[in-house]
Design a protein around this ligand. Structure first.
Ligand code: SAH
Length: 256
């Protein structure tokens, strides 16, 4: 009697796509993409990165929309279980680094609970690379000795004082709540005249930087476009020395 074929479970790769520019993909990420069967990708993954996927691989968009994050998260997880169950090698491709505000850890834990072998392939986080490539170093010996990366998503009951003593703040997902965030930071002890910058569509050809002050944001005088990272701190001033192409920049109040 023929023995029934035992299906070997496929493997999940939690893979960081980097901040936008496909050249910022790691060699390992490119190698894994070239060998995979299925790619489940997010909104912030640029189309150029998807070209590294093996020809014939199924490319499935699983971007989340506001208000339906939980359903989408559940659906993503069902896809991972289904494809891995079929023995396929599945890439869960996330913008930046999978474990920086990407719910990567949740997917990792659930995959392990289902007995799916999982490998992490870190990516260059937008939190680091987007300010840097816009000419804003997060640290500088004389200007900034510490930085924090924080989420601006649903921040109503935050004690903003905890961020007053950190030299540089990098705020992700903070565009929608920017006015409340800036007011909170000022209440928490940061100076209203402190320089800030929104780096919009960082590391891509359409990158645009909007420089302003914390007070400008608090009084709703800035109108950045998503995706954007908000950098708060004196390091923003170094940008003028570091960026040799001022044509890419905008001044405060400029719309893109
Ligand atoms: N895991 C990702 C972050 C996910 S949170 C990482 O490590 O980069 C999504 C937030 O990242 C966006 O709301 C935005 O604030 C920021 N972001 C990601 N890519 C960006 C880009 N190219 N330019 C500006 N902001 C970006």
């Amino acid at each position: 009697m023929p023995t029934p074929s035992v299906h070997k479970k496929g493997k999940l790769y939690l893979l960081g796509a980097g901040p936008g520019d496909p050249e910022l993909l790691t060699l390992k990420a490119a190698r894994v993409l070239k060998a995979c069967d299925v790619v489940l990708y997010d909104r912030l993954v640029s189309p150029e990165v998807l070209r590294y996927a093996r020809r014939g691989a199924a490319l499935i968009y699983v971007g989340k929309h506001e208000g339906e994050q939980e359903q989408t998260q559940q659906a993503i997880f069902e896809l991972i279980v289904r494809y891995a169950g079929e023995g396929k090698s599945v890439v869960r491709l996330k913008g930046g680094d999978p474990l920086v505000f990407g719910r990567g850890a949740e997917e990792w834990i659930r995959a392990l609970e289902h007995g799916i072998e999982t490998e992490l392939v870190p990516g260059i986080s937008s939190a680091l690379a987007v300010p840097a490539l816009a000419g804003i170093p997060l640290t500088h010996r004389r200007v900034s000795r510490s930085f924090a990366v924080i989420t601006g998503h649903q921040r109503q009951d935050v004690d903003w004082r905890q961020y007053a003593l950190i030299d540089t703040l990098v705020i992700l997902m903070g565009i929608k709540n920017r006015v409340a965030i800036a007011n909170g930071l000022i209440r928490g002890g940061r100076r209203p005249e402190e320089p800030v910058a929104f780096v919009q569509r960082g590391t891509t050809a359409s990158e645009a930087v909007l420089e302003a002050t914390l007070e400008d944001i608090a009084t709703d005088r800035t109108h950045p476009q998503r995706p954007a990272i908000l950098v708060v701190g004196e390091v923003v001033r170094l940008r003028q020395q570091l960026i040799s192409a001022p044509a890419r920049s905008e001044q405060c109040h400029g719309e893109t």
